[in-house]
Structures are given as structure tokens and as C-alpha cells.
Design a protein around this ligand. Structure first.
Ligand code: ZN
Length: 87
């Protein structure tokens, strides 16, 4: 019996935010704004984690490039199919 594979949360632990949570927040903040609490947790984690700080900067740069790309391509926005309307 081995239980040695449970070393996933060696980083911090006082903010309640893991590196995975932080990355997820950075990603989702693009689609919808974070709550003040989430922003505070994010800032707290970024202040103490070099990895996530670099990652969030790279995300920001990547998103900016994507925006530029989409703005140039002008991808058509298809209307979502309406349900419940029967002829
Ligand atoms: Zn982190």
C-alpha cells in the first residue's frame, strides 16, 4: 500500500488558491470579470508565486495577440440556434 502520490499542494496553502486555480482564474477573467474576493486571492497568490506571475503575464500577452488576430480576421458571429420555436 502506497500513499506517496499526494504531494500536490506543497505550495503555500494559506491563500486557499492553488496554482491550477490561479491559472483558471486568469483564463476565466477574460470571459467574465472576477469578484473582488477572487481578485484579492489572485493578487495574493501572484505576490508569492513566481510561476503564476510569469504565467499570467504570458496569458495576457497571448490574449492580446489573439484579440489582434480576431480583430483582423473579423470572424463572423453566428447567431445561436433558438429552441422552442416550432413552425
Ligand atoms: Zn502559483
Amino acid at each position: 500500500m502506497k500513499h506517496e502520490h499526494d504531494h500536490d499542494h506543497h505550495n503555500g496553502g494559506d491563500s486557499g488558491l492553488t496554482c491550477r486555480d490561479t491559472t483558471h482564474l486568469v483564463c476565466s477573467s477574460r470571459d467574465e470579470p472576477l469578484t473582488p474576493e477572487q481578485t484579492a486571492q489572485l493578487q495574493t497568490h501572484l505576490a508569492g508565486c513566481d510561476y503564476c506571475r510569469v504565467a499570467s503575464q504570458q496569458f495576457g500577452r497571448m490574449f492580446a495577440q489573439l484579440d489582434e488576430l480576431f480583430a483582423r480576421e473579423e470572424t463572423p458571429v453566428l447567431p445561436a440556434p433558438q429552441q422552442g420555436k416550432k413552425p
